[in-house]
Design a protein around this ligand. Sequence first.
Ligand code: DAH
Length: 355
Amino acid sequence: MSLTDDLRLIGEQAQEMIAGVASLEELDAIRVAVMGKKGSLTAAMKGMGKLAPEERPQVGKLANEVRARVEAELEARKAELSAIAMQARFAKDAVDVTLPGRGLSLGTQHLISQIREEIEDIFCGLGYIVADGPYVETTWYNFTALNAPADHPSRSARDSFYVVDNAPEGKEPLVLGDSDVLLRTQTSGMQVHFMEQNKPPIYMICPGTVFRPDTADANHLPQFNQVEGLVVDEGITFGDLKGTLDYFTREIFGKDRATRYRPHFFPFTEPSCEVDVSCGVCGGKGCRFCKNTGWLEILGCGMVDPNVLENCGIDSERYTGFAFGIGVERVAALRYDLPDLRMLMDGDMRFLRQF
Ligand code: DAH
């Protein structure tokens, strides 16, 4: 077969193969097989040197034509295949913009956090500082410095979660109740921490979680929240306490609610009282919610016992003060007539979303 026939055949075969490929990779393989260093066309053109000089121009012209045509066909097919590949990608990545969107479900703050922040706002408005304290306390902060006698029943392991150390092997573990370390049963210990670190005038509240070994029922939770309050300044009287807490109860429950101060006992205040707010369900006439008394208890308070001031290095001749402890779950229950405190811990969104 002559070189001319060879060249023609190579051109025809290349054309056929190019038309038949389905991918850019296959097309490139053909380019290499025909036009590459070891390609069929390249090999044929190398054979030109053996031709008689008079044949060369004609065969050379044909060779150039074949090469140009194969190149053009390669280019054209490449453009076609690229377009097809692009269309395929568009189809695969297509987004149906007419589909309805997936809504982001936004959470809400838990009711207890909402009320805690509301209480913080009320007292910040009166110039109080918001303090924070440890959940794990020693008996000094939780009881002793707060004037609780050594035999006070709340110290027993039935009323407090003591933290028992894990005794090393061969050593008796601490008996519950013998430990000096416990989960705080009240936020009142923060009174002591704060007075140790700050000089009067003191206007402080401390919101926080407290723990007691109670079985959860409609009215009790083993873990709940309090907001402690402490004021220590010169010339503070019971009138200041009453004015402050009357203002607080009206802010949190509404202007139409009345308050009542009942004498009570707390080791760290003298005198002490419990504050009731008139029942919002019956307006004070008496109903099932207020157990027919017309009143609902919301907090404990009193004038800071001079012993507590002295335990914290504050001159009780010069300074007086008052303290109070608000139950956050109680405020929530009274404001929204919650029948069962456990609803606050269940995490049932149908309940929590209402607030
Ligand atoms: N710590 C008390 C309790 O848990 C509440 C309380 C009562 C706090 C009187 C006070 C107070 O600061 O003055 O029952």
